[in-house]
Design a protein. Structure first.
Length: 149
């Protein structure tokens, strides 16, 4: 079976996705995978928070991953850590608690080295991720931006 490719020849999975981001059969109706352009940082954070609050951690990950991949320099660690945090929550939603624990721990390590930007407190989110990794099934989404802002 040949792989789906985009206009530049890069492999892409064109199968629809369920709300938790899992590929569905090609004939199914679901969310179509889209590589969306990165939103501006504050917009991406607001949109990701809305998605997390709605229980859509996979979609929040996609939003934050787009910013991570479009960012250079030291701030890249912040966006990568936020995306990893959302993947950890996605694994918890899928019932993969070992994967959730691993990704939440990885997010904490990444956020330890991330700068504070756009009202995000990486140290607080790293602490949240470490706590959540102990009981990922019980983790409620964190606030990505300091509520005091």
């Amino acid at each position: 079976m040949s792989r789906d490719r985009d206009a530049t020849g890069r492999p892409r999975n064109a199968r629809p996705r369920d709300p938790l981001g899992r590929p569905m059969p090609r004939t199914a109706t679901g969310r179509q995978p889209v590589d969306e352009p990165a939103l501006p940082p504050t917009g991406a954070l607001a949109h990701a928070q809305e998605l997390l609050d709605a229980g859509e951690a996979f979609a929040a990950h996609e939003t934050l991953e787009a910013v991570w991949k479009a960012t250079a320099g030291a701030e890249r660690a912040l966006w990568r850590g936020l995306a990893q945090l959302c993947v950890g929550l996605t694994h918890a939603q899928r019932g993969n608690l070992a994967g959730a624990k691993a990704l939440l721990e990885r997010a904490a390590e990444t956020l330890d080295d991330a700068p504070a930007l756009c009202g995000v407190d990486p140290a607080a989110l790293a602490a949240w991720a470490r706590r959540a990794s102990g009981a990922p099934a019980d983790a409620s989404p964190p606030r990505l931006v300091d509520a005091a802002r």
